[in-house]
Write a protein that binds this ligand. Structure first.
Ligand SMILES: Cc1cc2nc3c(=O)[nH]c(=O)nc-3n(C[C@H](O)[C@H](O)[C@H](O)COP(=O)(O)OP(=O)(O)OC[C@H]3O[C@@H](n4cnc5c(N)ncnc54)[C@H](O)[C@@H]3O)c2cc1C
Length: 401
């Protein structure tokens, strides 16, 4: 999503753009997510600090978190920085930078959805957080009031009866829900990226297969090998999602990046949810998709290439069955992907600190699908030295250099 949107925005500004990927666009993380364009996600996901939650996570209880010792070891430095940055003060600073981007997410998607004729993939009817306990519901309702007043994020609190009426597929009474009114749901996230990529090609862009590992500085410019031969350019941009760290390390950058893996599975549910639902106290999402009801899991701290260990999926499935008749899973292995995260919870967008003509656009963590179009626009504005939509300073790669 991020690379394709950046390519579109650069093209729109008159650059001759070649989009190189080792697979077709929209086949990786941007395919397997929950498909939410999250206008409500104005605060980045902080490292949970409640002792009870941390103990449960450490003991492998609950569905929210799972970890591999090797993953924790590999990411220890970044995770420690993430923990410290999740203190209320630095987190509030991160939220300022994050909310400015999120504020443009739906408007920027809207332009690309219209231009690529992708309206059929998008429902603009919001997204629900549902709560099992009154205590959690009250706390979340207070937060929603604060977000409405401070940042104009619209939501509607629903009590037990209102929720039952709004979502008849829920089979037990719940304490209540927050319906985020301005968030959108995409019923095939990979297809949306493909539509954007088709728009890029229809406007004259070239899509080539190649490995970013072949990127090389050539005189004042850059080159990359593709199946169609070598491509030379004055400028190169890396939008490699969770694989960015591998490549920038070869260029000498040590940024505090890490990943949170996540799984999904589709179900042939005999009932339909009207909107996607986050089971807020259990940490998984149920999203109606073209292929069935998609269940997506929380965070797994494991090396990106470690074999799948879908224990969270099994736990989340059992929890989800309490709420909805899921029916049978589709006969396919669970999908596994990785959220590309940074220790300060802000994406990395801007010029590479020590390489002329090289740009970065990655690290959009839990909301890269949401942020692709605005991230693409901001990057293209920086490359073309235009007045940017918003101040890019908080996202500059140089903050880690
Ligand atoms: C379970 C789960 C649920 C999520 N739900 C949501 C959600 O509802 N809403 C939301 O906004 N976000 C969500 N996210 C986060 C979101 O999916 C990611 O932030 C986003 O997809 C990242 O997009 P990207 O373009 O940076 O990365 P990707 O989509 O992974 O794209 C990276 C591209 O780089 C290519 N690539 C990698 N290495 C190379 C190489 N060496 N050479 C050539 N090409 C290469 C890949 O093939 C791929 O096409 C979720 C994530 C997960 C895991």
């Amino acid at each position: 999503m991020v690379g394709t949107c950046t390519a579109l925005h650069l093209q729109q500004r008159g650059f001759d753009v070649v989009l190189v990927d080792r697979r077709a666009p929209g086949q990786e993380t941007s395919l397997g997510n929950a498909g939410l364009i999250q206008r409500e996600a104005v605060e980045p996901y902080a490292f949970p600090r409640e002792p009870g939650f941390l103990l449960n996570a450490a003991l492998g209880r609950g569905a929210e978190v799972h970890w591999h010792a090797r993953g924790l070891w590999q990411m220890a430095g970044s995770l420690w920085a993430y923990y410290k940055n999740s203190h209320p003060q630095p987190h509030a600073r991160a939220a300022e930078g994050y909310s400015r981007l999120i504020a443009h997410a739906t408007d920027e998607h809207d332009l690309l959805i219209a231009a690529s004729g992708a309206q059929d993939l998008v429902a603009r009817e919001g997204f629900r957080f549902v709560f099992r306990t009154a205590e959690a519901f009250d706390k979340a309702a207070q937060r929603a009031d604060r977000l409405r007043t401070r940042l104009g994020v619209r939501s509607q609190a629903e009590n037990t009866d209102q929720l039952a009426q709004a979502e008849p597929a829920l089979r037990v009474p719940l304490a209540g829900a927050l319906h985020w009114l301005d968030s959108w749901a995409v019923n095939d996230p990979g297809a949306l990226v493909q539509r954007y990529a088709e728009l890029f090609v229809a406007r004259g862009g070239r899509l080539l297969t190649g490995d970013a590992a072949s990127l090389q500085q050539q005189g004042a410019g850059w080159s990359v090998q593709t199946t169609e031969g070598r491509v030379d350019a004055q400028q190169a941009l890396l939008a490699l999602g969770p694989w960015a760290d591998d490549l920038i390390r070869t260029l000498g950058y040590r940024f505090p990046l890490f990943i949170k893996r996540g799984y999904h599975q589709h179900y042939q549910a005999p009932v339909q949810l009207r909107q996607p639902v986050l089971d807020a106290e259990r940490g998984y999402v149920l999203a109606p998709m073209q292929r069935g009801l998609r269940l997506t899991t929380g965070a797994e701290f494991a090396p990106i290439d470690a074999p799948p260990t879908p224990v969270q999926l099994a736990k989340a499935q059992a929890l989800a069955r309490e709420l909805v008749d899921l029916g049978q899973p589709l006969p396919e292995p669970p999908w596994l992907g990785a959220r590309p995260c940074t220790a300060d919870m802000l994406p990395v967008m801007g010029p590479a600190p020590r390489h002329k003509g090289l740009w970065f656009n990655f690290g959009h963590a839990h909301q890269g699908f949401t942020l692709g179009p605005v991230a693409g626009r901001l990057l293209a504005e920086m490359v073309s030295a235009e007045a940017p939509l918003l101040d890019p300073a908080p996202y500059r790669p140089a903050r880690f250099a």
